[in-house]
Design a protein around this ligand. Structure first.
Ligand code: FE2
Ligand code: FE2
Length: 592
């Protein structure tokens, strides 16, 4: 090979960044420079040599066009008894004239295994160590069956050996860099998977399914550095949006402010991307939402981009299954970003991480779903007894409570981990606020019109009955359920409210609630102070048997008016800051 030709090859090889690509090209180019029928490269890994690429023209000829040789994967310990092992340990090249007749005096032997399996006949071979800086041997390059001008097998000359050595040495830096990139990539992957594992554990601690879905969206976006995303839940034959996040749009908001509350659902069909994923159960990786190839049933709906001025490019859409493999919803993450913040495609790694993450979330999702189903059934049970209450009231009170708390926590600089836990428990516990009504006799519970004093005193005992339901559990969630049941009718200024400072654990069902000294201010647990506002706001703004619905404006004004008397002014302040959002949430439930 001429010098300038060699230089060209060196240059082209040195520009290859991927380790496997570089090894393959190195083998191809060396075999071109020194015509040989076959060859392979082995890489040192720990105390072993592992085959990384293999080429064989004779076997290639037997294949159909476009077909590849079977992928071989094996490794063996580095010892002097194998040709490649000898090369690594001695750091010397070997030139073997006849593989089947190696002199007995040599420590190494030819391993006939591959020839036996493939029917190939190895005759001549050279093996040379691949050096990187500092003389470290990275692996071994082996050429097999030197071909002469007529294509017949001959032996390798000393010149051949020299050319091959020159070529491999000249790219030692490129080899080292590609290897380092691969190693750091592997470490990066390892670290990534480790952090996914840690997130899984955190997810399993979350009690409330809505809080869990929101968290899954946040964590999934973090894992693959995505700008935006949404999460949908299957509701009957529809997909309903649960949460949408968008860093670009959030960056334009004031601190503590949230993106507008979204509420919509659509039928599950193949025509939408998320519907398609829900039906097929498979992940869909779309590189450009505006360039979806023809011939697929789904298409991108640009309505949201048009409305917001946002530009959706890459989309990774994943089915969210629970442990019994039934579909719970769909996770969609949008616009992967590179280090410069430019939108890029989701690569195979991103897909791997997200699928791994979604599979691991199945357990937490399944448990959270069972918990919600159970709470919903209990709510339904309470509502069957009390026709004045509805499931929607309970669901709205839960949503309002979490939103009010989020804002309250922002105003009070509550740390992230306290916030996460509190809002999670609150989402579920607030749904239980009137469970005690199940223990109130029909004569009173279902009485139309006003209560007399005795009836009122019995009715008020629902606070104690509710607390007694949770008395024997001491998990933080049930503790919160108990506090909310017991204290959601206390007044902030201590002028009124019930049950007050009484021995509620000894309360006996059916008795009027005894009069007691009132609780005041922060003696009332925060969760109860929040639910109290959420409960009254919802009761006022919706019709009850005994009263028509107030307008939202009147309901909001009433809450504001009772700040400092019935309600904690700090809670009312948070309520007022997000009142428009609360009204939007309320409207999303329709009328009941
Ligand atoms: Fe109540
Ligand atoms: Fe209520």
């Amino acid at each position: 090979m001429k010098k300038d030709e060699l230089k060209k090859v060196k240059n082209s090889l040195s520009s290859i960044k991927d380790f496997d690509d570089l090894l393959n090209s190195l083998l191809t180019q060396t075999r071109k420079a020194i015509p040989s029928d076959a060859g392979s490269i082995y890489i040192v890994e720990e105390k072993k040599l592992t085959i990384r690429c293999a080429q064989n023209d004779t076997q290639q000829k037997d294949l159909e066009e476009g077909e590849e040789l079977p992928f071989v994967s094996f490794s063996f310990p580095i010892t002097k008894t194998s040709i490649a092992g000898y090369c690594v340990l001695s750091k010397e090249p070997l030139n073997i004239k006849d593989a089947y007749n190696i002199p007995k005096s040599e420590p190494y032997k030819f391993n006939v295994g591959t020839d036996v399996v493939t029917g190939y006949k190895t005759i001549s071979s050279i093996a040379l160590p691949l050096f990187v800086a500092g003389g470290r041997v990275l692996g071994v390059l082996q050429l097999i069956n030197r071909l002469d001008k007529d294509g017949k097998v001959t032996t390798f000359s000393d010149d051949d050996l020299e050319i091959a050595q020159d070529l491999t040495l000249s790219i030692s830096t490129a080899l080292e860099m590609a290897e380092a990139a691969e190693l750091s990539n592997a470490a990066y992957r390892g670290k990534h998977l480790q952090s996914i594992f840690e997130i899984d554990q955190k997810l399993n601690e979350i009690q409330d399914i809505d809080v869990l879905l929101e968290r899954i969206l946040t964590e999934a976006r973090k894992i693959v550095n995505a700008d935006a995303g949404s999460i949908y839940e299957v509701q009957g034959k529809n997909l309903a949006i649960k949460y949408a996040q968008n860093d670009t749009q959030s960056a334009k908001l004031q601190p503590g402010e949230k993106l507008p509350f979204l509420s919509f659902s659509f039928p599950i069909t193949e025509k939408s991307i998320s519907g398609y994923v829900a039906l097929s159960g498979e992940t869909l990786n779309i590189h450009d939402a505006y360039k979806i190839p023809e011939g697929v049933p789904y298409s991108f709906n640009p309505a949201s981009d048009t409305a917001t001025g946002y530009h959706t490019k890459s989309m990774l859409t994943i089915p969210l299954k629970i442990a019994d493999s039934s579909l719970l919803g769909v996770l969609q993450i949008i616009n992967a970003k590179n280090e410069e913040g430019e939108y890029i495609e989701f690569d195979a790694d991103a897909e791997l991480y997200i699928n791994h993450f979604a599979a691991n979330a199945a357990n937490a999702l399944g448990q959270a779903k069972s918990r919600r189903d159970l709470i919903d059934a209990m709510t339904e049970m309470a509502n069957m007894r009390d026709p004045k209450e509805t499931g929607m009231h309970v669901a709205r009170v839960s949503k309002f409570s979490v939103e009010i708390y989020d804002r309250w926590a922002f105003n009070h600089n509550i740390d992230e981990s306290t916030r996460e836990k509190f809002r999670d428990f609150l989402a579920t516990a607030s749904k239980c606020h009137d469970f005690g009504k199940i223990g109130i006799e029909d004569k009173i519970l279902k009485k139309p019109g006003r209560f007399d004093d005795d009836e009122r005193a019995i009715m008020n005992s629902h606070t104690c009955l509710g607390a007694l339901l949770f008395k024997n559990f001491n998990s933080p969630l049930f503790q919160m359920c108990q506090n909310i049941n017991l204290r959601h009718h206390e007044w902030w200024d201590g002028s009124r409210g019930y049950p007050g400072k009484m021995d509620w654990e000894s309360y006996e069902q059916g008795n009027p609630l005894p009069k007691a000294e009132c609780l005041k201010g922060e003696e009332i647990p925060l969760e109860a102070r929040i639910v109290s506002v959420a409960d009254v706001f919802d009761a006022l703004s919706h019709a009850r048997v005994y009263k028509p619905a107030w307008t939202m404006e009147d309901a909001v004004n009433e809450i504001q008016k009772c700040s400092g008397t019935q309600f904690d002014p700090g809670v009312v302040e948070a309520f007022m800051q997000i009142k428009d959002r609360l009204i939007a949430i309320s409207n999303s439930y329709g009328s009941d």
